[in-house]
Design a protein around this ligand. Structure first.
Ligand code: ASP
Length: 327
C-alpha cells in the first residue's frame, strides 16, 4: 500500500503481513506474548501514533469489519477499539447493550459469536464470566480479542499499560511497580502482573486485607522468580515506587455490598501523597476512577492516566492491524 508523500520517510511496518505473528490469532491472555512480540506490537503502535498525528486516518483495514460485543459496561475499551478500526478505514458493528440483541432471548455465547462473525472479520468481546473469551474462541473461526472476562484478564489493557510505562519512563526493566486497590477482583492488575514477569521488575501489592492479589497468581509469579511483597498501607513503599498503578474497588463483583462499603474509600491519592512520591515516576489508573485519585492530582506531570487511555488507541490499532494480517 503506498503511503501519502509526507509519510514516506517514516518507517511504518504496515502492509500485507500474512506471515505476521498475530495474523488470524485470538488475543485471549497475556500468557501468549513473548518479549519479542511486545517489542513488535509497540513498534507498530509507535507507527500508528505517528500516523494519527500526521494524517489522522489511513485505509489499512478498508473493507474490514469489527464486532464490538460488550456484555458489561465500557467507555474506553469499546470506544477505543471502534476509533482504532475507523482510523484504519474499517467499520464497526457495535453491540453494547445485549438486552436489545438475541442474548435477551436466551441465545448462548457460542451461537452469538458464530452469528456475528459471519458478518465480520474480528470480534472484540467483554463478558462477565472468567474464561468466556476462551470459550468464544473455541467456537469462533475468526479472531476473538478478550476485552475483559470477568475477574480473569484484560490483556489489551495490560499491553497499553506496558506501552504507557515505556513511553513515560523510557524503560521497564529495573522498575518497582506498586499496584494499589482492588487486587482481588481487578482483571487489569491480574493481566499486568503476569505480563510484567517478562521483565526484571519488583512488584508491591497494596490493598485492604479482603482485596489481596489472588494467592494462585502470587504463587505463579513466585515460580518465575519475581520479587513480590504485600502491604496494607502505601507508606512503606512510597520512596521506592516508579509506577503507582491505582485501581477502583470493583463494586459489581461483591456479593455482600456491606463489604464493599467497608473498603471502598480505603485509598485516595492526594497532592500530599504525590509530594512524598519520587519526582520521576508515573501515576497510572485503568479508569474509571471513583474517588481513588483526587482531581487535584490531574495536573501533576506524573499523572499519566489520561495519556494512558490515549496510548490505548495506538496499541489497539496495532493489534487490529496485526490480527488482520496488515502489520
Ligand atoms: N476499565 C477497567 C476494566 O474494565 C477497569 C475498571 O473497570 O475498574 O477492567
Amino acid at each position: 500500500m503506498s503511503l501519502p508523500l509526507h509519510l514516506r520517510n517514516i518507517h511504518l511496518p504496515l502492509g500485507d503481513q500474512r506471515t505476521g505473528r498475530l495474523y488470524g490469532k485470538d488475543v485471549l491472555s497475556v500468557a501468549q506474548f513473548t518479549r519479542d512480540d511486545l517489542e513488535y506490537i509497540f513498534g507498530v503502535a509507535e507507527a500508528m501514533r505517528n500516523m494519527v498525528a500526521h494524517i489522522g486516518t489511513f485505509d489499512l483495514l478498508k473493507g474490514k469489519i469489527l464486532v464490538n460485543l460488550f456484555y458489561e459496561p465500557s467507555t474506553r475499551t469499546s470506544s477505543s477499539f471502534a476509533a482504532a478500526m475507523e482510523r484504519l478505514g474499517g467499520s464497526v458493528i457495535q453491540i453494547n447493550d445485549v438486552k436489545y440483541s438475541s442474548v435477551a432471548k436466551g441465545e448462548s455465547l457460542p451461537d452469538t459469536i458464530r452469528t456475528l462473525e459471519s458478518y465480520a472479520d474480528v470480534t472484540v468481546l467483554r463478558h462477565p464470566e472468567t474464561g468466556s473469551a476462551a470459550i468464544a474462541a473455541q467456537y469462533g473461526r475468526k479472531p476473538i480479542i478478550n476485552a475483559g472476562d470477568g475477574t480473569g484478564e484484560h490483556p489489551t489493557q495490560a499491553l497499553l499499560d506496558l506501552f504507557t510505562i515505556r513511553e513515560e519512563l523510557g524503560t521497564i526493566d529495573g522498575l518497582t511497580v506498586t499496584m494499589l486497590g482492588d487486587l482481588k477482583y481487578g482483571r487489569t492488575v491480574h493481566s499486568l502482573a503476569k505480563l510484567l514477569t517478562l521483565f526484571e521488575v519488583r512488584l508491591n501489592y497494596v490493598s485492604p486485607g479482603i482485596l489481596r492479589m489472588p494467592a494462585a497468581l502470587v504463587a505463579q509469579l513466585e515460580a518465575k522468580g519475581r520479587r513480590q511483597a504485600q502491604y496494607d498501607s502505601l507508606e512503606p513503599v512510597m520512596a521506592e515506587t516508579d509506577v503507582l498503578y491505582v485501581t477502583r474497588v470493583q463494586k459489581e463483583r461483591f456479593e455482600d455490598l456491606n463489604e464493599y462499603e467497608a473498603v471502598k474509600g480505603a485509598f485516595v491519592i492526594t497532592p500530599e501523597i504525590m509530594q512524598q512520591l519520587r519526582p520521576k515516576m508515573a501515576l497510572m489508573h485503568p479508569l474509571p476512577r471513583v474517588g481513588e485519585i483526587a482531581p487535584e492530582v490531574d495536573n501533576d506531570p506524573r499523572a499519566a492516566y489520561f495519556r494512558q487511555m490515549e496510548y490505548g488507541l495506538y496499541v489497539r490499532m496495532a493489534l487490529l492491524a496485526m490480527v488482520l494480517g496488515k502489520a
